[in-house]
Write a protein that binds this ligand. Structure first.
Ligand code: TYD
Length: 208
């Protein structure tokens, strides 16, 4: 399995806190003098990401396989475009992303079956570390209850499937050589962030 050094990804079900943790990690990275890092997310803000987001918000309807293809297309741009993940990581920037290919294997795997998402995501190299924020979907849904509207995947039954799929796919992902660290995301944001930092700060880029 090809690995991208200097690339870390947050994964987890909806309401697990990936966005919060990415922000908290960036707040720490900002305090390190002259440390080049780039924070990013999927779906991206590019043209393909916009179509995806309008589908997630139920403004557009697409066939599940079409959406799976769009997530992979969006990722390909995210990875390979000028100033994309690959270019930045190669020139020594530290890149952190809210979601990446594992999200597709999980969410689109549930929607479309495993074969299509596995096939169209098979060429994307793995991050140096994936941080999986594991949480009971009941707690996660409770955290999301004040959101004004919920997206297509944000309901309890689906989120139970998401958690199970993450757990089973992570076993395979690890067997194939990827590094995945699981954190109990029911802890406070600060406690989770401290655990994230102990994983991240031990990476080789921080030892230079
Ligand atoms: P999310 O990180 O929850 O964004 P936001 O905080 O803006 O709502 O991601 C959006 C949704 O997209 C989430 O339900 C997971 C889903 N998703 C997929 O289904 N496949 C993918 O490949 C990716 C990257 C995300």
């Amino acid at each position: 399995m090809e690995i991208i050094p200097n690339f870390v990804v947050f994964e987890g079900g909806d309401g697990s806190g990936t966005t919060t943790q990415l922000k908290m990690l960036c707040d720490r990275l900002k305090n390190i003098e002259n440390f080049p890092f780039f924070s990013t997310f999927e779906p991206t803000e590019g043209q393909i990401g916009k179509i995806i987001r309008s589908t997630l918000k139920k403004e557009t309807f697409l066939q599940p396989n079409t959406l799976a293809l769009l997530f992979a297309a969006d990722r390909n741009e995210h990875l390979d475009a000028k100033d994309g993940i690959m270019e930045r990581a190669k020139r020594g920037e530290f890149v952190v992303s809210d979601r990446y290919a594992l999200s597709s294997l999980v969410y689109q795997g549930i929607e479309c079956g495993d074969e299509l998402p596995l096939f169209i995501n098979s060429l994307f190299p793995a991050p140096e570390v994936t941080i999986f924020l594991d949480i009971d979907p009941k707690i996660a849904m409770d955290r999301m209850k004040n959101r004004s509207s919920l997206e297509i995947y944000e309901y309890h039954e689906f989120q139970e499937k998401v958690r199970h799929k993450y757990i089973s796919l992570i076993r395979i992902y690890r067997r194939n050589g990827a590094r995945v660290e699981t954190i109990d995301a029911s802890l406070s944001a600060q406690e989770v962030s401290d655990q994230v930092w102990s994983i991240v700060s031990s990476l080789p880029i921080f030892k230079q």
